[in-house]
Ligand binder design. Structure first.
Ligand code: GLU
Ligand code: MG
Length: 422
């Protein structure tokens, strides 16, 4: 399972034991995994703490999610649903939070189809980017990295992740590997596993990979663009959009924009994440949408009659918990459908220089938490989950105030805290 930070945790089980008992009875793990921070410290939490005794919860294999790990011959992996001590879906487990939002869409007869676009920086052992230059999409200059990238693509494909392409991104050592779209739960599972595989293959080549959203204040950020569309009776319900969203897509997009400020917290849940949301970085800064425009928050692909029509939501950092940010996108979009939100006017041109009167996205974790705490989005994602997740962030805000107080700087303390495990 992914813990609250999106980090994969679980138990290694011999094959025979898996088929003898685990497949039916699951395995136990401490519920602390849903409340600790990236360094595994346990900030105060009202639901899971010394008084509750850090109970075991049960990981029940979702056997359809099983994959063979070809980069580790002899190993397979299965994602699990987490049950609490009463045998109910664990309210703090990210997979539970996403399952609830998928169900909500399905109860409206809509099947959410999603994809994530992951950026990361390939580094040397001592965490310097492997190149000191930018050569966006070069097929020549990053040739010495092709061995490791080829192994990453092969390992991802081996694990059942549909690789579409990889390219050098717009930053020193920065890489993007694009993967296909599928149902929301598969994409969340794939994205959590993607990060684990990319890090492991980098290490097999004597390198490291980081998904930290803003490792260097003056450098590029690592984003996680989230794509969504809705399938009705097996067909993309956004397909009839032509150079502008159709009615369903309009309401879906309006929901995403309505909740965009609060959603910043889910997409940027550490003090580092909001530092990525700065002008002229290709990360968004204001709540606005457009067609093919990399300066807006929500980029709509609305080609006449295209099965690929979708919304690309660009605020999340690559460290966002994939289950939670997908759940937040679905909760926001579905709210737009349910309450038939009207869509704001489309934006054109450079939205960094000319943001007009569009609302700015929060630029610090404290502001992001403030917009989320009592929001409708927090309620939609679940009261217990939201309170717990906010309390983890509050502990981070207190640490950062002590060690890394500048909202526009990223110091060594912050890098040490986040670069490895993001
Ligand atoms: N690296 C940019 C970000 O942090 C995104 C670049 C792009 O793919 O447009 O969001
Ligand atoms: Mg990119």
């Amino acid at each position: 399972v992914a813990d609250s930070q999106g980090h994969l945790r679980g138990k290694r089980v011999p094959v025979q034991r898996f088929f003898d008992t685990v497949i039916e009875n699951g395995v136990n793990i401490a519920d602390a995994i849903f409340v600790f921070d990236m360094q595994n410290d346990l900030p105060d939490n009202e639901f899971i703490n010394m008084d509750t005794g850090y109970l075991d919860c049960t990981l029940m294999p979702d056997i359809d999610s099983a994959r063979v790990l070809t980069h580790r011959p002899g190993y397979a992996l299965v994602f699990c649903n987490t049950l609490d001590e009463h045998g109910n879906p664990h309210p703090l487990a990210p997979r539970t939070v996403l399952a609830q939002q998928i169900e909500r869409c399905q109860s409206m007869n809509l099947n959410p189809i999603m994809a994530t676009e992951m950026e990361f920086i390939l580094c040397t052992q001592d965490w310097e980017p492997v190149t000191d230059y930018i050569q966006y999409s070069s097929l020549t200059d990053m040739m010495d990295l092709e061995d490791v990238l080829r192994d990453m693509r092969a390992a991802l494909a081996g694990a059942g992740i549909e690789v579409e392409s990889s390219n050098a991104e717009y930053g020193p050592g920065q890489i993007e590997i694009n993967c296909g779209h599928a149902g929301a739960m598969k994409i969340a599972d794939d994205t959590a596993l993607f990060k684990s595989i990319v890090k492991q293959v980098a290490m097999q080549h004597g390198l490291r990979a980081t998904f930290m959203p803003k490792p260097w204040a003056d450098g590029t950020g690592n984003g996680m663009h989230v794509h969504s569309s809705l399938e009705v009776d097996g067909a993309n319900a956004f397909a009839s959009s032509a150079h502008a969203p159709n009615e369903l897509m309009e309401q879906w997009l309006a929901g995403l924009l309505e909740h965009a400020e609060a959603m910043t917290f889910i997409g940027a849940p550490t003090p580092n994440g909001p530092k990525r949301l700065r002008p002229y970085t290709f990360a968004p800064t204001h709540v606005c949408w457009g067609l093919d425009n990399r300066t807006v928050l929500a980029r709509c692909i609305a080609e006449p009659g295209s099965k690929a029509n979708r919304v690309e939501f660009r605020s999340a950092g690559a460290d966002a918990n994939p289950y939670l940010i997908l759940a937040a996108n679905l909760a926001a979009g579905a709210d737009g459908l349910e309450r038939k939100f009207a869509l704001m006017d489309m934006s054109e041109g450079d939205k960094y220089t000319n943001p007009g009167d569009h609302a700015p996205l929060p630029t610090t974790l404290a502001d992001a938490v403030a917009t989320y705490r009592d929001s409708r989005l927090a309620e939609l994602l679940g009261d217990k989950f939201s309170r717990s997740y906010v309390s983890i962030a509050e502990a981070e805000i207190a640490h950062a105030a002590e060690h890394s107080p500048d909202a526009d700087e990223v110091n060594d303390w912050e890098r040490t805290r986040f670069i490895v495990h993001s």
